[in-house]
Ligand binder design. Structure first.
Ligand code: B12
Length: 233
């Protein structure tokens, strides 16, 4: 342990630093993660590269050991907190691309589910790409989604679920939209680690997005099509 305490992050090569950040994320060391992010930025790394390689890469390792019963909820919470520290530094940088306004999105994690890192990442990337994002947080019952749609009239509704037990709730939201005759007014995107394209189709979403980068590409594509349709009719 004393060896680890002696590590000076700025002395490490890029590759060593990223590996050290995976360890630090695993250990829930928020300050070290923030320092690592700042060092990589100083070295000219693009914010998105830091996000995916250093932060998401580290969280993938945490996820594996959580699954295998090596890490438990308290440790994973600390890792998540460290990750959020790093994301907070990157957020304004990802958002300041000066991209033209592309459209808007309401996004939230479904009822029963409190995972929000992936959702936050999608929000950050969408904002960076020029979308206006209204984030309604975690644990959302259908009423919250409907209220937000009514209030903000976004182009896209995004739903996130990280649990196999909560992902079916996305269908509840979509079915309610259908019942109320609202479904066709919005583009519906779904995402989260346990989902796949088949599930997205089965519940009647427009698209399942594997990650935040795919979400941005899909969003641009769908919004453009929606606007073109608007012109045609
Ligand atoms: C961090 C974490 C937690 C943290 C969450 C902290 C937080 N603030 O989010 C804490 C410790 C609280 C937690 C709790 C639990 N967790 Co948890 N957690 C994770 C972990 C390790 C990482 C998730 C994460 O943040 N990934 C990083 C982000 C960047 O990836 P992502 O979420 O997949 O998001 C990306 C894409 O999916 C996509 N995306 C995501 N959402 C959306 C939405 C839209 C609209 C779009 C377009 C795209 C999109 O884009 C994102 C960015 O690229 C996963 C493991 C894993 N492999 O996912 C388990 C995991 C999801 N958890 C799991 C479990 C079981 C739980 C608990 C039930 C544990 C318990 N016994 O209490 C509780 C449930 C609490 C609840 N009610 O929600 C299981 C789920 C198993 C299953 N099949 O259902 C997993 C898979 C771990 C495992 N293998 O066992 N967890």
């Amino acid at each position: 342990m004393s060896d680890e305490e002696d590590i000076i992050l700025s002395d490490l090569s890029d590759e060593e630093l990223v590996e050290q950040m995976w360890d630090d994320l695993y250990d829930g060391l928020k300050e070290e993660i923030e320092e690592g992010v700042n060092i990589l930025l100083e070295r000219g790394w693009a914010p998105y590269k830091i996000l995916t390689e250093a932060l998401v890469g580290g969280m993938t390792i945490v996820g594996k050991d959580f699954r295998d019963g090596i890490l438990f909820v308290p440790e994973v919470l600390l890792a998540a907190n460290a990750m959020k520290g790093g994301m907070a530094i990157l957020k304004p940088l990802l958002a300041e691309t000066g991209a033209p306004r592309m459209g808007s999105m309401v996004i939230g994690t479904v009822k029963g589910d409190i995972h929000d890192i992936g959702k936050n990442l999608v929000s950050m990337m969408m904002e960076g790409a020029g979308f206006e994002v209204v984030d309604i947080g975690i644990n959302n019952p259908v009423e919250n989604y409907l209220e937000a749609l009514e209030e903000h009239k976004p182009d896209i509704l995004g739903m996130s679920a990280l649990l196999t037990t909560t992902m079916p709730y996305m269908k509840v939201v979509i079915d309610t939209m259908v019942e109320q005759g609202l479904r066709d007014d919005y583009i519906v995107f779904v995402g989260g680690a346990p989902l796949n394209e088949e599930f997205g189709k089965a519940i009647g979403a427009d698209a399942y997005c594997r990650d935040a980068a795919v979400a941005v590409e899909m969003a641009k594509d769908y919004v453009q099509r929606k606007h073109n349709q608007g012109v045609a009719t």
